[in-house]
Design a protein around this ligand. Structure first.
Ligand code: FAD
Length: 495
């Protein structure tokens, strides 16, 4: 192994050590099993509860030898079926879990929660359980004991009371969803952080399924988009996944011939899940439609594009524009969408110099699509009735964005629109992540920004994987960053 590879490896190890891929794998594996409640233990307890998109968690402490617990299991599972796994009726709201206190390794964990009988059920925001504890007389704790959950009905009633919902055990998918449309709720965008990961992973899976890197041109377009993700994706695990793909790109796709299989080794593109093994999870949250076939992936892709646009610097704006246009043109498997979007890309005659202009371009392009679809969906009835297309943002979300408006036209205050987009797709979107401290540190963001400046330069030389590695790796460790600095002084390898 060369020094270069060692340094890179060290950089990636540093990145990997601060996260918990194991927990995500566990969540996914468990989602595939028959039991819907997630089995927790001392090792995965903190990481699973930290990683979950759900707003609330139920933790059942039980003992496998306890007959009452065995009898209770079908009740608990009946409720877990509603909330857990890709087939959940109401995904991403409550994470239902269990811990077997009869396992010696879990003794300390059960002691920390003062488990006094089996089964004993707790409720709270998942993050409050992380490194958490519970004592009977601590009245300020956000962790509550569920005192009336002896049957599935009673447990669900208890949950409904806590969150003001009206879920029923017989609910079917998409029932009771979205009593309020999301356009009026400013805070809901923070749920989309998981959709951005979901859409990124789904886009990557589609590329694999279609073996879509077919030429050096599509390969270069793929690399550009992955560079953009490695530097500016809002999710740390997706940035890391993107960087790992760049690091290995030359081996995975020699001369543009990629191997796509998912064999479990590390010699194919298919073995590099871009946002970690647990994503895609199989459902969307903010982008969840009220019908099975609406919203989802394309909504997530828009949010990804907006979230990237607000994170780039002036000097990166044209690179980001090209990366996104080429990505949609080469890899978005919706012909009509691609063609329309490509026309709008081609209509840009002067390179972007300002990030602001690019942010507003993505916004107005999206509105042009909305405007067209408003008419199509009204005549064909193909839209989501709960999420009709609108010219966005509506006044309820951003009154200051409007200078004037009438039935036919809107005069926008572009300064306010820009300000609004920067905040909505910036800090607001990642506010949930911030709460859970999953997002990258300030230092990391600075490093990532610095990186894409190099990526912009990559356009003027043929993109080589060596340069891509350098670009990507800096955000993931000091050693790799050092290596990149060295590398910058050398001539990039030509392909
Ligand atoms: P989406 O339009 O997907 O928007 C997602 C969210 O973004 C909204 O809920 C809202 O919160 C926010 N939003 C809405 N408008 C804006 C805006 N202007 N700026 C910032 N944020 C906004 N479908 C077709 O039928 N024909 C097409 O030609 C077509 N082209 C597409 C091109 C691209 C690049 C993409 C990604 C999708 C395209 N689609 C097309 C799909 C379509 O645009 C919608 O994504 C899909 O119909 C789902 O709509 P939605 O209600 O989830 O909202």
């Amino acid at each position: 192994m060369s020094l270069v590879h060692l340094l890179l490896f060290a950089g990636l190890v540093i990145a990997a050590s601060s996260s918990s891929p194991g927990s995500r794998l566990i969540l996914r594996e468990i989602a595939d099993q028959k039991d819907k409640a997630v089995e927790l233990n001392t090792t995965n307890f903190d990481s699973v509860l930290k990683d979950t998109p759900a707003k609330y968690a139920v933790v059942e402490f039980f003992a496998h030898w306890c007959p009452a617990c065995r009898n209770y299991k079908p009740h608990y599972e009946k409720v877990a079926r509603l909330f857990n796994g890709p087939d959940a009726i109401h995904p991403g709201i409550v994470l239902m879990t269990r811990v077997d206190c009869a396992m010696k390794t879990n003794t300390n964990l059960c002691d920390k929660f003062s488990v006094s009988h089996y089964p004993m059920l707790f409720w709270g925001p998942p993050i409050k359980f992380v490194s958490g504890s519970w004592e009977p007389k601590k009245d300020k704790s956000e962790i509550l004991v569920i005192d009336d959950g002896r049957t599935a009905e009673r447990l669900l009633n208890w949950i409904n009371k806590q969150i003001g919902s009206s879920y029923g055990l017989d609910d079917q998918k998409f029932e009771n969803e979205h009593a309020l449309s999301n356009i009026t709720n400013y805070n809901q965008i923070s749920q989309a952080v998981y959709d951005v990961e979901e859409a990124t992973a789904e886009a990557f899976d589609i590329i694999l399924a279609h073996k879509a890197i077919k030429s050096s041109e599509t390969g270069a377009s793929f690399i550009r988009f992955i560079q953009l993700l490695a530097a500016h994706h809002l999710s740390r695990r997706c940035r890391r996944g993107a960087a790992e793909i760049l690091v290995n790109y030359d081996d995975l796709c020699p001369s543009g011939n990629c191997s796509y299989e998912k064999s479990g080794g590390n010699d194919t593109l298919g073995n590099f899940p871009i946002c970690g093994k647990d994503v895609p999870r199989g459902y969307y949250m903010f982008c969840r439609g009220s019908k099975n076939d609406t919203r989802g992936f394309s909504c997530g892709l828009w949010v990804l594009m907006h979230s990237l646009s607000v994170r780039i610097e002036d000097g990166e704006s044209h690179f980001a524009f090209t990366a996104i246009c080429d990505f949609v043109n080469n890899f978005f498997m919706c012909d009509e969408c691609r063609l329309h979007f490509n026309d709008m890309c081609l209509s840009v005659k002067t390179p972007f110099k300002k990030a602001r202009d690019f942010v507003l371009w993505v916004w107005s392009t999206h509105n042009k699509v909305n405007e067209r679809l408003m008419k199509d969906e009204a005549s064909l009835g193909t839209g989501d009735p709960k999420f009709p297309k609108i010219i966005w943002p509506p006044k309820e979300l951003c009154p200051l964005c409007y200078l004037s408006s009438n039935q036919k036209s809107i005069e926008w205050d572009h300064d306010h629109v820009y300000k609004f987009l920067k905040n909505y797709y910036g800090p607001k979107l990642v506010s949930l992540y911030k709460e859970k401290s999953v997002s990258g540190s300030k230092e990391e963001t600075v490093a990532a920004t610095e990186d894409l400046t190099v990526a912009t330069n990559a356009l003027v030389v043929p993109i080589g994987a060596a340069l891509a590695i350098a670009i990507a790796s800096c955000a993931f460790g000091a050693l790799a960053c050092y290596w990149r600095t060295q590398q910058k002084n050398r001539k990039p390898r030509r392909r």
